[in-house]
Design a protein around this ligand. Structure first.
Ligand code: CIR
Length: 255
């Protein structure tokens, strides 16, 4: 069974953290409708939805990906790089407890789940404004016992590693080379995000389909040309909060 943990959009989403985008008005009602459609799509693709308790006072709480790294054998509760987001992790730890043995990133380490790209037994981890070396080293000490290796990756001009690169098929990654070092991923076939769509490298792979923002029509053509099945969703309001499609869920298998 594939579980998708999600959390409703906070009415305070317009007060979210922003790093690379200018603040624009965000309509929480429209964001909620878009988020519900995203959840429906997860269900259509075979996920069982697990709704985390709402956190109306925490503006970024819909972006649950950043609060945990869930692997087959364990889950690591992060310590988000943005202080305003640290209170999001407690309820996620509670919800994950029945499914996985939990480990925690401790101060002064910081780590955002958006910086962790798992491919097989390798964790590529973005060294970003949110995830520091100490956080990455703690993650390494935790996961090494379970047979994972860590590959720290430098980023530029973007929030998280998964803003710059995500997996879109068995051996294929979608990448914005302006934001990360493509040489790190030389073992994979790479599809380039269209230059006119810099935010388009964030795609969410569920089984053999991709959940993908409807706005990125040029990059979508490149994905479909490679035979990838793309299911689009309008996430324009969430994008104003610097969120993409991976950040709104934690996906993992359970018995
Ligand atoms: C933040 O800056 O933390 C939120 N406004 C957006 C987080 C997006 N998360 C992600 O890409 N994993």
């Amino acid at each position: 069974m594939l579980i998708a943990m999600t959390r409703a959009v906070s009415p305070r989403i317009a007060e979210c953290e922003l790093t690379h985008l200018a603040r624009e008005p965000i309509n929480p009602g429209r964001a909620r409708v878009q988020h519900r459609r995203y959840e429906e799509l997860l269900a259509e693709l075979g996920c069982e939805l697990h709704h985390l308790p709402p956190e109306p006072e925490l503006p970024d709480s819909v972006f649950v990906e950043d609060t945990a790294v869930v692997l087959d054998e364990l889950a690591v509760i992060t310590r988000p790089g943005a202080e305003s987001r640290r209170a999001e992790t407690a309820s996620v730890a509670e919800a994950l407890k029945p499914y996985r043995k939990l480990f925690h990133i401790q101060a002064p380490g910081t780590l955002d789940g958006g910086d962790v790209l798992r491919i097989g037994k390798t964790l590529y981890v973005g060294l970003s404004n949110r995830s520091n070396l100490e956080g990455i080293e703690q993650l390494q000490r935790i996961v090494i016992a379970f047979g994972y290796s860590i590959n720290a990756v430098r980023l530029r001009d973007c929030l998280h590693l998964k803003s710059a690169v995500t997996q879109v098929a068995e051996n294929t990654l979608l990448i914005n080379r302006a934001w990360t070092d493509a040489a790190v991923f030389h073992d994979f076939q790479l599809i380039d995000a269209a230059i006119s769509e810099p935010f388009s490298a964030n795609a969410l792979r569920i089984a053999d389909s991709l959940i993908y923002p409807e706005a990125f029509t040029q990059t979508r053509k490149r994905l479909e040309a490679q035979g990838i099945k793309v299911r689009t969703v309008d996430v324009s309001e969430l994008a104003k909060a610097e969120g993409g499609v991976t950040c709104c869920s934690l996906i993992f298998t359970a018995e």
